[in-house]
Design a binder for this molecule. Structure first.
Ligand code: GCU
Length: 621
């Protein structure tokens, strides 16, 4: 029997925080005319996929958007115009243009576009049947970098940021029968962007994740959060403290008195709730003795079938419950110390590169990580697609998810800050119910300055406002030692729960000095080595002091893992990197050939000798 018990103080504050963020943030952050707040759990909605072959036009000088005076033209390609009379002059025709597979990047689908950074227009036609009392939302999983979206010639909005989803309410722009969506995509790099101008991965351009038409009732559950409150996990307690689930949901409209029913059949939990004036429900549900909760963990990645019903719609989800916290230099999963046996990875398809997308790509890459003995992955340096997160959750792999505040960001630019906030918000709102995500990372290898500290400290605060249930971190760096003593010093230590840093002893510095190295990390917090490693060309063999040989990389791992074992409070590592990945910064012919070769696997999935060193080391953890 569920007893909505009086709400303990800490849960009350947690609910207030979630409620406040649900209320305050979402509606306003960088939204355009038809854009609507991000809809959660999209894959379980009533969706029509618009994936498939889309026509595309490469528009180097944005002829389809600006006139010859560089003013936006109203005769642009978004009109999808066709000659009406023989003398009419229309100098583009999507339907005569080539097609490429969407989702997918253009770099690996059209060899002319391998290095291309600029504008490409995409066009797709689809059938639609308007329905009474229903809305149609157009959802993009991600578009890199800037997307300007048109439906039947009408501008829906502009979105920036290549790794987070966005959606538009297109109901009133659709008509019965054939409809046309056109997207102007531009992946040109700019210093004020997020990421900024330079980054060590391939700038894959295009509509890189799903495009979905989502059919929802006029009033629908926009998003929800269901978490296990932190209080419960006292494993040694004679009898387990009753578990408390904290649930909140928000409708797309500020409608009071709307019923929302949360059901978890396996727990015989069915809770009827009613929305307040904001269209929001909040509840803290303390489970009864018979409702023993099996917690999610890498060894037992238990997920419960959950139903959220409102009006004519029932959303289903698979949600795991676990607690994650720190105690001194320990990371506790479900109250137990855990060592994060990780690896860093990019969202890149094996065998030739290209943006990975879909469950199959995820399963391939994550199984490579599992083969190394991993229970954790750092998804670098941007939010990866939802399939990867859900597949990792199913496989029992914990996740570090990160926004691309990478290297020299424009710290004093307000637009850059808003953009980063938006990416942080959307990353958290998309994946807030994924039990396997334990760490939100707000940055990687950022140069020390007061401006940077100001920017990132506010970002850390915002992450906590958006989600107070997970750990916050960032990849700091230690780039030098004096007298073999490596000191981590970073003002941001006070804003994070876990101090993580990248170090490249044996590759970028102090080759073969790892055995002599000492570490000073003056913070009473768990330590994660978020990057270490070195390059090797798979199959290239030689002396262990010969750069680029597998033996050099193997020896580097032998020395580094022994060195890392000496670090007090070491709670995890995510060596750089799971597999060789494409990068325009890696130009050494015959060795790199535009690949970063620090993979433990080659791009083709061949295991390098160093990978066995890591696997053996993780057996000791
Ligand atoms: C950096 C950076 C990575 C990069 C790696 C490397 O630490 O975070 O994105 O690929 O080093 O140099 O290989």
């Amino acid at each position: 029997m569920i007893s909505p018990s009086p709400i303990p103080k800490n849960i009350e504050t947690m609910m207030k925080k979630i409620f406040a963020t649900l209320l305050v943030f979402l509606p306003f952050v960088g939204m355009n005319a038809q854009e609507c707040p991000l809809v959660g759990n999209i894959l379980q909605r009533n969706i029509t996929s618009l994936n498939g072959k889309w026509h595309y036009i490469v528009d180097v000088q944005e002829e389809g958007y600006y006139d010859y005076r560089m003013n936006p033209t109203r005769w642009g390609f978004f009109r999808n115009a066709k000659p009406q009379r023989p003398e009419d002059l229309i100098e583009y025709d999507f339907d005569k243009a080539a097609t490429m597979q969407i989702p997918g990047d253009w770099n690996t689908q059209d060899e002319r576009l391998f290095f291309y950074e600029g504008t490409v227009w995409f066009k797709h036609s689809f059938q639609y049947q308007p329905k009474e009392g229903r809305k149609a939302l157009l959802y993009f999983g991600a578009v890199n970098y800037e997307a300007i979206v048109y439906v039947n010639g009408e501008k829906m909005g502009r979105h920036v940021g290549g790794f987070t989803p966005f959606n538009y309410d297109v109901t009133k722009y659709l008509k019965k029968g054939e409809n046309v969506v056109i997207v102007k995509v531009d992946n040109k790099r700019h210093k004020d962007n997020v990421p900024t101008q330079i980054f060590d991965w391939w700038n894959y351009g295009g509509i890189t994740r799903d495009v979905l038409l989502v059919d929802v009732p006029d009033t629908y559950v926009e998003n929800y959060s269901l978490q296990l409150a932190k209080t419960v996990a006292q494993p040694k307690a004679k009898k387990a403290a009753p578990a408390t689930l904290v649930f909140s949901a928000r409708l797309n409209e500020k409608k009071a008195g709307e019923p929302v029913v949360l059901s978890i059949p396996e727990l015989k939990l069915k809770q009827q709730l009613t929305t307040d004036a904001e269209g929001v429900v909040n509840a803290s549900l303390t489970l009864g003795k018979k409702q023993r909760l099996q917690l999610w963990s890498p060894d037992a990645p238990k997920r419960y079938h959950v139903e959220i019903a409102s009006g004519s719609e029932t959303l289903v989800d698979s949600i795991g419950f676990r607690t994650i916290e720190t105690r001194g230099k320990q990371i506790l999963l479900n109250g137990q110390p855990v060592f994060l046996k990780g690896v860093s990875m990019h969202e890149e398809r094996p065998n030739g590169g290209g943006r990975a997308n879909g469950t199959q790509d995820a399963r391939t890459l994550l199984s490579w990580a599992k083969n190394l003995g991993c229970n954790f992955v750092r998804l670098a340096h941007y939010p990866h697609n939802e399939y990867t997160i859900r597949e990792a959750e199913r496989m029992g792999i914990m996740v570090w998810s990160e926004i691309p505040l990478y290297w020299t960001i424009s710290w004093t630019n307000a637009g850059t800050f808003d953009n980063a906030c938006r990416q942080l918000t959307d990353m958290i709102r998309r994946d807030q119910n994924r039990a396997n995500i334990i760490i939100w990372s707000i940055a990687n290898e950022t140069p020390h300055s007061a401006q940077r500290d100001n920017f990132l400290s506010r970002m850390a605060q915002k992450a906590r406002e958006l989600d107070s249930t997970r750990l916050i971190s960032m990849a700091m760096e230690v780039t030098g030692a004096s007298n073999y003593v490596n000191r981590l010093q970073d003002n941001m230590n006070q804003y994070v729960d876990v101090v993580s840093f990248n170090q490249y002893i044996g590759w970028y510095r102090d080759v073969n000095d790892a055995p002599k190295m000492k570490w000073e990390i003056p913070y009473d917090k768990p330590v994660i080595i978020s990057e270490f490693g070195g390059g090797a060309k798979a199959g290239y063999h030689g002396a262990k002091n010969q750069r680029w040989t597998e033996e050099f990389q193997e020896n580097l791992y032998i020395e580094n893992t022994a060195m890392l074992d000496k670090i007090e409070g070491l709670s995890g590592t995510t060596p750089w990197v799971l597999k060789d990945f494409r990068s325009p910064r890696r130009v050494l012919d015959g060795i790199q050939d535009y690949y970063n070769r620090k993979g433990l696997y080659s791009d083709k999935g061949e295991r390098k000798k160093a990978s066995y060193v890591l696997e053996e080391w993780y057996k000791t953890k």
